[in-house]
Write a protein that binds this ligand. Structure first.
Ligand SMILES: [Zn+2]
Ligand SMILES: [Zn+2]
Length: 211
């Protein structure tokens, strides 16, 4: 296969063009307020997202079956403490059954929230990372920034009919990139606003040897 192997088992065919997005040009990306809803309108929600760029396409079977008509779902990263929901009584939660060869079927602790009336997939919340909530881009009504790069993740599980783009904008991963949603945004200069000043005392603390 042509192309450099990116860390984390991903293949990156060509150097990526410089990102046109950055926090100075797009200060709204730093912490975007997102409005979302299901198709029937019974559930509406709002959340502040620190990782609102819809760059991560997950082709795993759970995403495809529960939220991915095109073969994959697009996951965003948001602050769970800011999640406000209207129509909570219409919500249903699915815990995915994890079937792996040679292991007993397990129930994922992650809560996949969807509308019980129309079936729209809305967001994932996981008690192992309670501060985060992952809305599906498909449920968001607020216009989202266009990603400078797409990461095609979990291709080992992709359906054979899905067309995977093979150009410089697409980073292809057999499984998942080790880079978190937040780290991807940081790499693209999208974590933003003003740079945090580190005090001399804090720098000394960070540089101190670990006892
Ligand atoms: Zn609905
Ligand atoms: Zn997935």
């Amino acid at each position: 296969m042509v192309g450099a192997v990116y860390p984390y088992g991903c293949v990156w065919s060509k150097p990526l063009p410089r990102s046109k997005l950055n926090a100075r040009l797009h200060p709204e990306i730093h912490r975007m307020k997102l409005q979302g809803s299901c198709h029937c309108g019974a559930v509406r929600f709002a959340v502040e997202a620190q990782s609102p760029v819809p760059y991560l396409h997950c082709h795993c079977s759970i995403c495809r079956k529960t939220a991915g008509g095109g073969g994959y779902a697009i996951n965003l990263g948001a602050d769970a403490r800011t999640l406000k929901v209207r129509g909570r009584r219409h919500l249903r939660v699915y815990h995915a059954r994890l079937r792996e060869a040679g292991r007993r079927t397990r129930r994922s602790p992650a809560e996949r929230h969807f509308c019980g009336e129309c079936g729209s997939a809305l967001w994932l919340w996981d008690p192992r990372w309670p501060e985060l909530v992952h809305p599906h881009a498909s449920a968001i009504d607020t216009p989202l920034p266009r990603p400078p790069q797409i990461v095609e993740a979990a291709l080992a599980y992709a359906a054979n009919w899905v067309e995977i783009a093979d150009d410089a904008r697409h980073l292809r991963c057999r499984t998942w990139p080790a880079e978190s949603l937040a780290d991807w945004h940081r790499r693209h200069g999208l974590v933003g606003g003003r740079r945090q000043r580190t005090s001399a005392a804090r720098r000394a603390r960070l540089n101190a040897p670990i006892a």
